[in-house]
Write a protein that binds this ligand. Structure first.
Ligand SMILES: *Cc1c(COP(=O)(O)O)cnc(C)c1O
Length: 226
């Protein structure tokens, strides 16, 4: 199957899931996760109208972005502080902020290149040790401290559900992220807007949309298994 066909199919599933949840399909954005996939496939997706791409490693994004600078590049994987400088000039959205120290480094590098970088705080909603992310209390502390990071805008939250067949469990974890977002939305700060909920992957994006996802990160269902 062609990439264009897969994209079209996913988009239809996204739209149907949104409508089933009583939501406007236009409020759900697709980030095509292109990690490990070669440029020709990414270019095929871009030619089919896909603008947003997600990578989980800086090194890989650094190699791919100059070949397709018109795309919007999202960093979705864990980010080491010493690598922030490589993506600061162009990264569209960092989904995976999991510490105040990382946010401070993003702020510093964004300042150097004269940008404000949009970020999401990643919450560990599955409570699996293997998954990184903040708990709600720590995220709240970081948000209360946003004055310290003038070159950063926090636009919402990101989370990953457990790898399980238990749909109720997955849904409850997505619901936890939405509730955290609703709670943080009561905070007021000029560089804080809880408008993005990045949750849902190839196996669970429909559940995520039912629980309010605004950005789904879909890889293998578009580009094939890795
Ligand atoms: C790989 C990855 C995805 C996409 O996973 P698929 O199952 O291939 O859709 C989404 N989010 C993150 C953080 C990832 O690392």
């Amino acid at each position: 199957m062609s990439i264009a066909h897969n994209l079209n199919h996913i988009r239809q599933q996204i739209d149907a899931a949104a409508r089933a949840a009583g939501r406007d399909p236009g409020t759900v954005h697709l980030v095509a996760v292109s990690k490990t996939k070669p440029m020709p496939l990414i270019e095929e997706a871009f030619a089919a109208g896909q603008l947003d791409f997600g990578e989980n490693r800086v090194q890989e994004m650094k190699e791919k972005q100059p070949l397709l600078p018109e795309a919007r590049w999202h960093l979705i994987g864990s980010l080491q502080r010493n690598k922030v400088k490589y993506i600061a000039p162009y990264v569209h959205l960092i989904h995976s902020v999991d510490s105040a120290r990382l946010l401070a480094e993003i702020d510093k590098q964004a300042g150097k290149v004269g940008r404000q970088i949009d970020c999401l705080l990643q919450l560990n909603i599955s409570e699996e040790d293997s998954k990184s992310g903040l708990d709600e209390a720590r995220a709240g502390e970081i948000l209360a401290d946003l004055d310290r990071y003038p070159h950063v805008r926090v636009r919402g939250l990101m989370g990953m559900a457990a790898f399980t067949d238990d749909q109720d469990l997955i849904r409850s974890q997505f619901r936890r992220l939405r509730r955290a977002s609703e709670q943080f939305a009561t905070l007021t700060h000029p560089r804080l807007r809880m408008e993005i909920l990045s949750m849902g992957m190839s196996g669970d994006f429909e559940l995520a949309i039912a629980e309010g996802a605004t950005h789904v990160r879909v890889g293998s269902a578009i580009f094939g298994t890795r």
